[in-house]
Design a protein around this ligand. Structure first.
Ligand code: VGL
Ligand code: ZN
Length: 199
């Protein structure tokens, strides 16, 4: 087994004080840094939206953050403006080790969001990460990061569907948890064959 650690979206805007702060988002940085040495490859993902992105509530008249809307590709939660390309909010947490093999950016097209590191939210447009992992012979993935119930869960489920062995280390994840979204995500991951280090 060739093993990779995939660190999802440990960026300032998802940490306390950020635009879309995940409770305790910064607490996971030391344990993630400690894990990095145990893997054959380390991959970081970075949520990377243009200004005026269609996932921002501010782009939709009459909508507020955390409302939902329907996009051509399906339902979409509307978020506060976050992780705008090149801003401090889009930067990795300053204590996160960034000496990674690969950094993959997602959500950079105005009209479509991308929670998953593998496919955009239409569930068909690939990011290229599958090809990268396959070419390197990586078949065993551990996912950590933010947020458990959105980008971590979507990435884990896609990876399991693609045939990777997938574990989510919940000790090094934190959730947004709106309207039961964490329980839903945990159930969906389990059904997809994802395993957990706890629960
Ligand atoms: C995320 C909401 C919007 C995440 C990204 O990283 O989980 N959530 N963009
Ligand atoms: Zn986003």
């Amino acid at each position: 087994m060739t093993k990779a650690l995939i660190v999802i979206d440990v960026q300032n805007d998802f940490c306390p004080g950020g635009a879309l702060a995940v409770p305790g988002g910064d607490e996971i940085v030391p344990s993630i840094n400690d894990m990095m040495g145990d893997f054959d490859a380390v991959i970081l993902t970075q949520d990377w939206h243009p200004q005026g992105h269609s996932s921002f509530a501010s782009s939709h008249a009459g909508k507020a953050p955390f409302d939902t809307t329907v996009m051509p590709y399906g339902a979409q939660v509307l978020w506060p403006d976050h992780c705008v390309q090149g801003t401090e909010g889009a930067a990795f947490h300053s204590k996160l080790r960034t000496d990674a093999d690969m950094i993959i950016r997602k959500g950079y097209r105005s009209q479509i969001d991308s929670y998953s590191a593998f496919f955009e939210n239409d569930q068909t447009t690939p990011t290229g990460l599958q090809g990268y992992l396959n070419e390197r012979g990586i078949n065993d993935l551990t996912l950590v990061g933010l947020a458990t119930d959105f980008c971590v869960a979507f990435s884990a489920i896609d990876a399991a569907r693609l045939g990777f062995k997938v574990q989510v280390d919940l000790t090094s994840c934190r959730a947004i948890d709106m309207d039961g979204s964490l329980d839903t995500a945990l159930g969906n991951m389990k059904n997809a064959g994802v395993t957990f280090n706890q629960l």
